[in-house]
Design a binder for this molecule. Structure first.
Ligand code: XMP
Length: 435
């Protein structure tokens, strides 16, 4: 193994992730683990050089104060305890330092002096270590992965191809609600360039049929989610001898879904939502990474920039941007107008500045004139927002000439459209998506 590691044990500290990142910023790999990890499990983690016991406000679970497995105190690791009073720990502090500078001084002293860790955390070493760990975990067995083309699943795929090659079977389900060219890019990158074992399922018609005449947004989302799992399961059942399921779970998914010491923000589909009778063990090589690190990992593995810096895209895809009951006609209008918007943003470099941008087609028409005749067609709504965490958002103030150019192109190139609007609403009161 290439990297040394500092383990942070979560005893209810709210700043676990900040500490993990502070350790990494000093060039040492860090992982956060639950407070009740056993000494055995801890000793199986590679190259652990020291432990930070991070106590804090949430140090009660089910009404009882929590502590670590006491035998860990005897295991010989250098330990530092913050806001926690352990039985046998030399190094304890009442609280974490206030400033970044003090934090760095404290951590430097602990990591490099007490723990004698080396600053050898970088993406090249991370990838090499994960390749070794995955090989050890999987042996000669086969691994299944739902490859959506999103950043996380793409990076997992590239990492596993490097580790186990054709033992990885990727399934890409095209639900017919992908953006223009997206499934094609997945095929080009993974099948043609990386020579992946890739099963492509075109389930577009099947999804459209299920969604016919369904106009309620929540019902649409549920149908798309459930159908996706059904299609994926059908493919899984056709394959024999699969023992592992790979997932692009990353650390923020774990935090948001709730840990032992923190309650859930929202359930993530890749945390705890596995079909019960498919008896897979999980392979989650990105489990301890943050989003920016996942992107760096993708670049290290040679994935194209467009894939690694892809803007967020909802699971139900264009289905929530083709408002109300989905029709082929309006779905095509969303797809084509979205492609024009992306193209024009890329030309001006706005694609690197704006957090998320897309088009929406509502299920009502308005009157217009086209080729000297009355038209009765759909509007396209453009939305471009900036945010830090998607909980609140403000709109991008796009220059008029660019908006006019995009409007002109949409009106000329997209069938069944006679009007273009710009959405000025921040979140709140609006949400980022329209459904
Ligand atoms: P809202 O519309 O809730 O969106 O303000 C916040 C962010 O989440 C994305 N989004 C989703 N992502 N599955 C996802 O993976 C979903 O069902 C989903 N719905 C919304 C949305 O694009 C925005 O970035």
């Amino acid at each position: 193994m290439k990297q040394d590691m500092i383990v942070i044990l979560d005893l209810g500290g709210q700043n676990n992730t900040a500490i993990a990142r502070a350790v990494r910023s000093l060039g040492v790999y860090s992982e956060i683990h639950p407070h009740d990890i056993s000494r055995d499990n801890l000793s199986q983690l590679p190259n652990v050089k020291g432990i930070i016991i991070n106590g804090g406000k949430n140090n009660m679970v089910d009404g009882a104060a929590i502590d670590i497995d006491h035998s860990i105190y005897e295991a010989g690791y250098p330990l530092i305890a913050v806001a926690h009073e352990p039985a046998k720990c030399e190094n304890k502090r009442k609280s974490w330092p206030e400033t970044e500078e003090e934090t760095a001084t404290l951590l430097k002293d602990f990591i490099f002096h007490n723990c004698q860790a080396k600053p050898n955390w970088n993406m090249k070493n991370f990838v090499e270590d994960q390749v070794e760990l995955v090989k050890k975990q999987v042996g000669d067995k086969r691994v299944l992965l739902a490859l959506s083309g999103g950043v996380d699943s793409s990076v997992v795929a590239a990492l596993l191809i490097k580790a186990i090659g054709k033992q990885l079977i990727c399934v890409h389900v095209n639900h017919g609600l992908m953006r223009k060219g997206e499934s094609e890019t997945v095929l080009e990158v993974f099948k043609n360039q990386l020579d992946a074992n890739l099963i492509y399922v075109d389930a577009s018609e099947r999804f459209l049929k299920k969604l016919e005449n369904i106009s309620d947004p929540e019902q649409k989302r549920k149908i798309i989610g459930a159908e996706f799992i059904r299609v994926f399961e059908e493919e899984a059942r056709k394959l024999d001898g699969i023992e592992f399921l790979a997932q692009g779970t990353i650390y923020p998914d774990i935090v948001e879904s709730g840990t032992k010491t923190a309650s859930a923000v929202k359930a993530h589909h890749n945390v705890g939502g596995l079909p019960k009778d498919l008896n897979f063990s999980l392979v989650e090589p990105l489990y301890h990474l943050f989003k920016d690190e996942v992107r760096a990992c993708g670049l290290e593995l040679g994935l194209p920039n467009a894939m690694v810096y892809r803007q967020p895209f909802p699971g139900p895809g264009l289905g929530v941007r083709c408002l109300g009951a989905i029709t082929k006609e309006r779905l095509e209008a969303v797809r084509e107008s979205d492609a024009i918007l992306r193209e024009e943003f890329a030309k001006t470099g706005l694609d690197k500045k704006v957090w998320q941008y897309f088009t929406v087609v509502p299920d009502f028409k308005s009157v217009g004139v086209k080729n000297h005749a009355r038209s009765y067609e759909y509007p396209v709504i453009i939305r471009a927002i900036n945010t830090i965490d998607a909980m609140t958002a403000s709109i991008e103030q796009i220059d008029w000439p660019l908006l006019l150019k995009i409007t002109d192109r949409i009106l000329k190139e997209v069938p069944h459209v006679n009007r273009v609007c710009y959405d000025l609403s921040p979140k709140p009161c609006a949400t980022i998506e329209w459904e």
